[in-house]
Design a protein around this ligand. Structure first.
Ligand code: ZN
Length: 319
């Protein structure tokens, strides 16, 4: 039985053409050896500057590209580490002070240039790298935003929660508080539901968890050089309002003069984008009404772990 998918032997062989990209010329015998190239600095945007006068500018780019492409081992040259005080991190991070290293503000890229040395070719290049002020900006612009964290909560972290024990008054100091703190410290990416009357420490605990999640995200996004928001803190009512406005954005709006409606701060698309970028998305949501959370969660089977005191319940929910 013949297979219709089989290619008959009479089909002419498909012709492929290979195009060579016009590129840098391969250096010939008369070209200078890498170590004879005078020192020049090169940056990633392929803009060249001859630092020494005896190399003519027209010859520089193609030679530079050739050698730069053939270099396999770029080693960072020693540089002086930037020194940051806690106060400066916060001031630069919130845009109240110019970064002393990259002079970046909110409109400019936070970049510093570092010297690299090519082991094979002996070339020295100047490569732009993200400045640490970018990390502080990502963290403090969110942490110091009163919509996220109230001013009197700004010193709360997951590591110093013991000193806020009076806020967590539902958990008497001792075994219960210890167990609660161990649970949230060890299982950062669990899904938690905090429920209880006002003044039992839900906000304190959530702020501390937000601090760690935000800090980890800011550091990871800086080190991997990937920017994609993945940690959000928003009240349920604000988010619901944003979704409502987004749905009604074209109804009764003056198309000529109306302010454009922004998409909601957290959407399914943004959460998936964070996952695709390799982050664990963290959403901190406050003030669910009693009816909504009881209706949603009471029907579920018992969660893997829960921590209950006389006044507050902390539940680790199945994800
Ligand atoms: Zn900087």
């Amino acid at each position: 039985m013949s297979n219709p998918e089989e290619t008959p032997s009479t089909t002419p062989t498909k012709e492929y053409k290979y195009f060579r990209q016009p590129g840098p010329r391969t250096p010939g015998p008369d070209d200078p050896l890498p170590h004879e190239l005078p020192r020049f600095k090169w940056d990633a945007s392929l803009r060249y500057r001859a630092l020494e006068q005896n190399l003519s500018m027209p010859n520089l780019p193609y030679m530079a590209i050739y050698y730069v492409r053939h270099e396999t081992k770029w080693q960072p040259e020693p540089f002086e580490q930037e020194v940051w005080t806690d106060a400066d991190m916060k001031l630069v991070g919130t845009g109240q002070k110019e970064c002393p290293y990259c002079h970046g503000d909110h409109e400019v890229k936070h970049e510093v240039k570092r010297n690299y040395f090519g082991v094979d070719t002996g070339l020295r290049i100047l490569r732009p790298e993200p400045c640490q002020s970018l990390l502080f900006q990502r963290f403090f612009s969110r942490w110091c935003n009163p919509a996220n964290v109230a001013a009197d909560y700004r010193n709360v972290t997951l590591d110093n929660l013991e000193s806020y024990a009076e806020n967590l008054n539902g958990f008497p100091v001792g075994k219960k508080l210890k167990y609660l703190l161990k649970m949230v410290r060890d299982n950062q990416y669990n899904c938690y539901l905090l429920a209880g009357p006002a003044g039992t420490g839900k906000s304190t605990l959530m702020t501390a968890m937000y601090h760690r999640a935000l800090g980890n995200w800011a550091l990871e996004s800086f080190e991997r050089d990937v920017y994609c928001p993945a940690v959000w803190k928003i009240t349920a009512s604000t988010l619901a309002k944003q979704f409502r406005e987004w749905e009604l954005r074209d109804v009764g709006r003056d198309g000529e003069f109306g302010e454009p409606t922004l998409p909601p701060e957290v959407t399914v698309e943004k959460i998936f984008a964070a996952i695709r970028a390799g982050f664990v998305p963290c959403l901190f949501q406050k003030s669910w009404t009693r009816s909504s959370w009881t209706a949603t969660f009471r029907r579920r089977s018992s969660p893997p772990s829960s921590m209950q005191s006389s006044r507050m319940v902390v539940r680790s929910l199945p994800v």
